[in-house]
Design a protein around this ligand. Structure first.
Ligand SMILES: NC(=O)c1ccc[n+]([C@@H]2O[C@H](COP(=O)([O-])OP(=O)(O)OC[C@H]3O[C@@H](n4cnc5c(N)ncnc54)[C@H](O)[C@@H]3O)[C@@H](O)[C@H]2O)c1
Length: 271
């Protein structure tokens, strides 16, 4: 896949999958505008990319802040010369906001915050990236869904609801932006080992049992890595994916391909 010199904006790219994608895309020669609310993390990824000879810049951006989103896109124009790819990666699970994940008592504020960051933030970034994407020859928006976009999980009502919405937003945007030749796709990872998963496990009543539930359904008996997802994002962004549009792409180690756990296959000890 050829993404050399393509201009990426990646939200929430100071850590986890966003950072992994920034590093991977830069290693393929893409130019990256990183953004996050954690400036120290974001800057350190920029430095790693530059140390390897890549092109990267950083701008603080809370995806729920309209002005900051607007400024992020105009900074990308200024530093990179345009935007080919918007990677709507920034996202949170309720366990990163509150310890109270009970359906009975979780606060309205927590629910709103998850929806604001995951859904409204993705929409806002798409809105303000559009004028720049319209000028690109290989424009696309790539949204971070989740297996919880399509399947149920315990203690995930806000997160799963938001990720279902992100998946559906992907299709709506693909339809509306077809006229502009802007592709819009969504990928749905299973468990990828990042801070988000660690927080979710820490908040579970039995973290070991939860870890087993999360990995025992992966037909590839391990957790995913940020770079696994990064490779898919780079492909979806590339001209080689020019016929992929409005797609919901699972990247879950086979988790949703079946209804079982690895012990059924005699692989329970492989994790
Ligand atoms: N890790 C997984 O197993 C997994 C699975 C499915 C989907 N995802 C999705 O992938 C994306 C990245 O997840 P991750 O595991 O790398 O998470 P992470 O917590 O490791 O990283 C998320 C980054 O987003 C930033 N962020 C948080 N709120 C923000 C805001 N308001 N504006 C801008 N940036 C903000 C954080 O500072 C952090 O750097 C999320 O959308 C998540 O829902 C992750």
């Amino acid at each position: 896949m050829n993404i050399k010199d393509m201009q990426f904006v990646i939200t929430g790219s100071g850590a986890g999958i966003g950072a992994g994608t920034a590093l991977r895309a830069a290693s393929y020669g893409a130019k990256i505008m990183l953004s996050d609310i954690n400036d120290e993390n974001g800057q350190s990824i920029v430095e790693s990319i530059r140390a390897k000879g890549g092109t990267a810049f950083y701008k603080h951006c809370d995806v729920t802040n309209e002005n900051q989103v607007k400024e992020l896109m105009s900074e990308a124009q200024k530093q990179l010369g345009g935007i080919d790819v918007l990677h709507n990666n920034a996202g949170v699970h309720e366990s990163m906001i509150s310890e109270d994940l009970s359906l009975d008592t979780m606060s309205l504020e927590t629910f709103h915050k998850v929806m604001d960051i995951n859904v409204t933030g993705s929409w806002l970034c798409a809105k303000y990236a559009l004028p720049y994407l319209r000028k690109s020859k290989y424009a696309s928006i790539i949204n971070a869904g989740s297996t919880s976009s399509v399947a149920g999980y315990p203690n995930c009502v806000a997160y799963g609801t938001s990720k279902g919405a992100v998946m559906q937003m992907t299709k709506m945007l693909a339809v509306d932006l077809a006229i502009d030749s802007i592709r819009v796709n969504c990928y749905c990872p299973g468990s990828i080992h990042t801070q988000m998963v660690d927080n979710f496990l820490d908040a579970a009543p039995d973290p070991t049992a939860m870890l087993n539930t999360m990995t025992m359904t992966h037909l590839i008996p391990r957790m995913g890595k940020p770079k696994d997802v990064a490779e898919l994002v780079c492909f979806l962004a590339s001209p080689e994916a020019s016929f992929v549009n409005g797609a919901v792409w699972l990247i879950d180690g086979g988790s949703l391909a079946w209804r079982g756990t690895l012990d059924v296959l005699g692989m329970g000890d492989n994790i």
